[in-house]
Unconditional design. Sequence first.
Length: 278
Amino acid sequence: MTREKYESLPLATLKELAKARKMRGVSTLKKGDLIDAMLELDEQEEQKEAAEEAREEVKEEKKVSKEAKISVTIFLIAMVGIVLLGAVSGLVPTLADGSKLPLTTVIEIFMLVAAAAMILLTKLDSNKVLDQPVFRTGMFAVVLAFGLCWLVNTFIGDQSSFITDNMSALTNKYPWIFIVAVFIVGAITTSQSSTTMIMIPIGIALGLPANVIVAGWIACSSNYFIPASGQCVAALAFDSAGTTKIGKFVLNHSYMIPGLVCTVVSVVVALLIGAVVF
């Protein structure tokens, strides 16, 4: 009740309301003081009700649905299976040519089967999956990994002898060119692992100093340069504050300055430490 409504009531009525609300010492209070006391009590009751509503909301949020429990269980089973196959090589299936099934393929099989099981057992509307930011980000990363990364890996792998023969004289005179090349390949592929497998063997074949190869390996973490990697896209999708963004010219994004500072400092430190250690 507002102050105006209280003031419109006679003092006797206010005292009766106060007694009904179990307020003490109201018989000696003046009308203005009694109204102040009742308004204060109203505020306390409102705060108490708000706190109770908040607690109820928290309880409702903490309730985990049956479908969520099933999904988590399936995910954990898949993870345990992957770890077991990775730790115990005897459990990995053997192919017709006698080779073992690659662990990357094992992970893909387990995750796809787990995703299908979740949808079937929880009766989830598959159309809703397509609208989730995590799914969109994941599929974008898959396209990069299976498309661009393999393309660059195949091209450089096929031309490795040509690259080694033509870069040897240049890198022997200017070893830092190898570091720049690793940075560029890492930015194009947006994958540290692919860049490592592509460029580090070339650095070893060129006979470069160990500290240059180590510094070059650190430079392969340039997947932030072009904001197309899964991590960059995920950060953009999950940032509800809107502080993480891509600029008008694409390269003027939120990752550029901190990424370049981190890369330059790390490469310099690696060169110095490597020169002492090796």
